[in-house]
Design a binder for this molecule. Structure first.
Ligand SMILES: NC(=O)c1ccc[n+]([C@@H]2O[C@H](COP(=O)([O-])OP(=O)(O)OC[C@H]3O[C@@H](n4cnc5c(N)ncnc54)[C@H](OP(=O)(O)O)[C@@H]3O)[C@@H](O)[C@H]2O)c1
Length: 291
């Protein structure tokens, strides 16, 4: 049976470190501030924004929340971002994704000044990551790297297979783990929906990261014994036996895969808490850099 990589516990360690930094910044007269903009009321997004607000509160970071209706004109959203860009108490700006139809994710992300882009998705920060001089690393990839290193499964010298090539997870994670630096130095293969004979590639992985958004997609026959499995997926599947009518499951068939993997992250309680912890860390970093 695989060792369970406890994302909640590791995120707790990082939050303690962040909390110490917040206290230090306070001594210097600075309270880190994070503005979170939610457009529309996608239930998953509402719940992510709530978790981010809660984490800010726990760590002494001021959270500024903006809830806009789904039919907000793009110019209004861009205007709010421009205003927050000029607000000294706001050190980080995050626009919760995905945006409703009709709003350009590209234009919105580009409106956030790179020095307040705590989600690390502005093209400048993405470019710096590719260049090997990361500024703000996107939170989920940064969280996955920390999970691996802190759980004793460093990616150094390992073959990491990343399933998924999104701008938020797959692509920046590949760029991060192939960096020539400690905690990285991996050989990375990226797979996607057009990959031929996917299982032949995933079976070569020392570390497999699943970020496809398909419930229980990775099955035991797709990994080799001893593989470390990171499950990024968060999927709602109907479950009439629970009050809310659905359950969250990952992209990995946990019951089967945990029989042969060396270590595995659970869903929930794996990558999710790490994403939030890294957002808090990036916010404190932004505040420090803007001092
Ligand atoms: N825990 C967290 O903090 C966190 C953060 C972000 C995302 N997530 C979750 O992670 C999952 C992925 O998110 P995302 O934003 O990266 O998703 P996304 O933008 O939908 O990208 C999914 C990727 O998976 C690939 N894919 C889809 N079906 C596939 C298949 N049958 N075989 C191989 N590849 C396949 C797609 O290939 P193509 O490019 O060819 O279409 C795409 O590259 C979702 O469940 C999301 O909710 C969790």
């Amino acid at each position: 049976m695989a060792e369970i990589i406890d994302g909640k516990a590791i995120a707790g360690q990082i939050q303690e470190e962040v909390n110490r930094e917040v206290k230090e910044l306070e001594k210097a007269g600075v309270t880190p501030g994070l503005a979170v903009i939610l457009v529309g009321n996608n239930p998953a997004s509402v719940s992510y924004v709530r978790m981010k607000e809660k984490a800010c509160k726990e760590l002494g970071i001021v959270s500024f929340r903006y809830d806009l209706p789904a039919d907000t004109p793009e110019e209004e959203l861009l205007g709010l971002i421009r205003k927050l860009a000029q607000t000294p108490e706001v050190h980080g700006i995050l626009v919760q994704l995905p945006l409703p139809d009709g709003l350009s994710q590209e234009r919105v992300l580009e409106a956030i000044p790179p020095e307040k882009d705590v989600d690390g998705l502005h093209p400048f920060n993405v470019g710096k990551l590719l260049e090997g001089a990361p500024t703000f690393v996107p939170c989920t990839p940064a969280g996955i790297q920390e999970l691996l290193v802190r759980s004793g499964n460093s990616p150094e010298g390992k073959h990491v297979v990343v399933m998924g090539r999104s701008n938020i997870v797959g692509k920046p994670l590949a760029a991060l783990l192939m960096q020539k630096r400690r905690g990285a130095n991996a050989t990375v293969t990226v797979c996607h929906s057009r990959t031929s004979d996917l299982a032949a590639i995933t079976r070569l992985a020392d570390i497999l990261v699943a970020a496809v958004g398909v419930p229980r997609f990775v099955t035991a026959d797709m990994i080799r014994p001893g593989c470390v499995v990171i499950d990024v997926g968060v999927n709602r599947v109907e479950d009439p036996t629970v009050e809310r009518g659905y359950r969250l499951v990952g992209d990995v068939d946990f019951d089967g895969v945990s029989q042969i993997a060396k270590a595995i992250t659970p869903v929930p309680g794996g990558v999710g808490p790490m994403t939030i912890a890294m957002l808090m860390r990036n916010t404190v970093l932004a505040a420090r850099r803007q001092m």
